[in-house]
Design a binder for this molecule. Sequence first.
Ligand SMILES: *Cc1c(COP(=O)(O)O)cnc(C)c1O
Length: 442
Amino acid sequence: MAPVAITPVSPPSPTLDDTSKLTKAGAETILSKTVSNDSPAIADLDASKLTFTPNLNPKSVPAPNSLEVWSQNYTTDHMLTARWTAQSGWDAPEIRPYGPLSIMPTASVLHYATECFEGLKAYRGVDGKVRLFRPDRNARRFLQSATRISLPGFPPEEFLKLLKKFVGTEAPKWISEPGQFIYIRPTMIATAPALGVQKPREALLYIMMVMFPPLDEPSPTAPPSLPAAPANRTSSTTTGQDAKRPAAGMRLLASRHDMIRAWPGGFGNAKVGANYGPSLVAQGEARARGYDQILWLFGDECFVTEAGGSNFFVLWKTPDGRTELVTAPLGDGVILEGVTRASVLDLVRSTRPDVDVVERKFTMHELVQAANEGRLIEAFGAGTAFFIAPCSDIHFRGVDVVLPLGKGVPADFGMWVKQTLKDIMYGRVQHEWGVVVEEEKH
Ligand SMILES: *Cc1c(COP(=O)(O)O)cnc(C)c1O
């Protein structure tokens, strides 16, 4: 699984060679190489040192589906922060009132994009308990992303403890009702105030929580002035809501040949801000033309990679008649290893002997051919923000590929995947992927 050979400008970080997979062993390898414990003065990230300063000026919780929620900038009362310096390691983490950070104009992150992040959600289950979905995977990926851009390492299990403490602090107020969820954004930035192009010597880890609209289930009352969500408006298999509404799905615009998101040996497999800024021109064009997301292609072959900030799956019949679920493979640095992606793969492999699951490179031409031959069944994006978003059509350089969903055929497979994962998230089904968080009373 070593990165494909493209000669990097500087030698690749040795810490990533053996860790391109999100394995526990991989994370431990990174750790052993990045966290220096030889000096007792260098402190590890330590959740037992967490302190709490309450916000004495708390906000009100906005109404579900209000403008505040759709603005995606309504944070909770607190944030969690932990400062790191090369001299002394990690300071005691703090939960404190949410507010501005103070960094110097020379801070590394403002010039050299030394920033990485995570995205996950906390769900209030039907049983009243709060759950995270496979958060150990976010913790390990956060460490891998940080390592890729020279930010400090940390024990992922300590990060996970902090994450749970923070969620446990905010959940009672901010997701009080069964069925509610909130978005969590862990972030790390290099704050070292020096313009020299070098490994940062100061960093800040912080976590905030943001009210989020249900992007995978847009309500008819969603403020129309806001950009449309990649919507799946087909009926949900269990609730039956919206059953009378016409089927509609995520509309994708295939990327132009002169714009690529990620390349072999690059950093598309790390969740770093540097992957996003340069993609916004294409994303803006997609929105202006009535599409929801860019479908990122790669190379002259037009390999299909990812849909916006989501992994991308296609369900089709192979020419010899098998039903196959295909998604682009990991290993060369082009694809971000989504927690949702891994879960879709695990779920279908373990419960659907009728479907072959394949991680391989596939091209837009294969997709067009499958559509022309009537073999294309479904396609969907998979990621935390938009969850499972079935796709209705793809515009590919003058060709419109219309999926059955775009012609009114419900995306039953995608809806089954979505409902099955949702049942775990909201505690309808007890599963090890749904990790219960203990709530704190302050
Ligand atoms: C975060 C992200 C995903 C989805 O990952 P999840 O862990 O499933 O939320 C997919 N692609 C990109 C580029 C991402 O940044």
